[in-house]
Design a protein around this ligand. Structure first.
Ligand code: SAH
Length: 251
């Protein structure tokens, strides 16, 4: 059945509530999918679980739906992981947004680093990709996609119980006299009461200054994702997979 995300600024879902779909969603149901009055869809709004709804009215300009009953409760998720990722070329960034949504991130923070080779991005389009991926993957919320900020500023403004787990492919370096540890090992020992932020650098990697800052930061820990250099999209997907398998909701 078709699943649609209903924007946050609508009233809480209750039985009998009638909602007007936004024009894109209305057109999608009526024109693209050829649904009509009394056909049913599933709706979620990120707060009230998933609801079955009946199409109530279809006109050229307006499609309304009536909520019938809740089909799934909103899960209590604790802290889902955050993905902080440097801007990379558009197609790869879109892949990252889609796959990270499928893998259950709570938020995606876009970052500008010294070697970032894309200086502007269409955040609205990325948000739509996250929304469509959430609809498709049967999530009951849509991850936030947060406008780009500079890595240095982002790291400065963390709250004290956040932990950053960052991919560092530079296996010739050592942190505190030790080699960078594999990600599963690091996650197994991580003591965190707040958010865990998985940080992946740009295609050109972190520069020495950024790496130096991260290495000194007492809330940040470097992880190794194997002996090969991964592209940013592969690194992000791999890191989120390991997170979900060790600390997250795959257990
Ligand atoms: N430094 C490389 C490529 C960077 S890869 C170059 O000069 O081309 C992009 C990002 O993916 C890195 O910043 C890092 O966060 C992550 N990454 C890639 N391979 C990794 C590995 N084997 N271990 C840990 N992180 C990795």
């Amino acid at each position: 059945m078709i699943r649609l995300f209903i924007a946050e600024n609508t009233p809480p879902f209750t039985e009998g509530l009638t909602l007007a779909l936004n024009p894109d969603q209305g057109r999608y149901l009526a024109v693209v999918m050829r649904l009509g009055v009394d056909d049913e869809v599933l709706l979620f709004n990120g707060r009230d679980g998933e609801w079955r709804a009946r199409i109530h009215l279809v006109t050229k300009k307006l499609v309304t739906v009536e909520l019938l009953r809740q089909t799934k409760a909103q899960p209590q998720t604790g802290y889902p992981p955050v993905l902080a990722v440097a801007l990379v070329k558009r197609a790869r960034l879109e892949t990252i947004i889609e796959k990270a949504t499928e893998l259950g991130v709570g938020a995606i923070q876009l970052l500008i680093t010294r070697r970032t080779n894309a200086d502007h991005t269409n955040v609205g389009r990325l948000r739509l990709i996250a929304q469509e991926a959430a609809e498709q993957t049967e999530r009951l919320d849509v991850p936030l996609v947060l406008s780009p900020v500079k890595l240095e500023a982002y790291v400065k403004e963390l709250s004290s119980d956040d932990r950053i787990v960052y991919g560092d492919e530079d296996s010739t370096h050592e942190t505190e006299g030790r080699q960078i540890r594999p990600m599963t090992e690091v996650l197994g020992r991580l003591e965190a009461s707040g958010r865990i932020i998985i940080l992946i650098g740009p295609e050109g990697g972190f520069d020495d200054h950024e790496r130096g800052n991260l290495r000194q930061h007492d809330q940040a820990v470097a992880v190794n994702l194997g002996p090969r250099i991964l592209r940013a999209d592969t690194a992000a997907i791999s890191a989120l997979t390991l997170y979900q398998a060790t600390l997250g909701d795959w257990r």
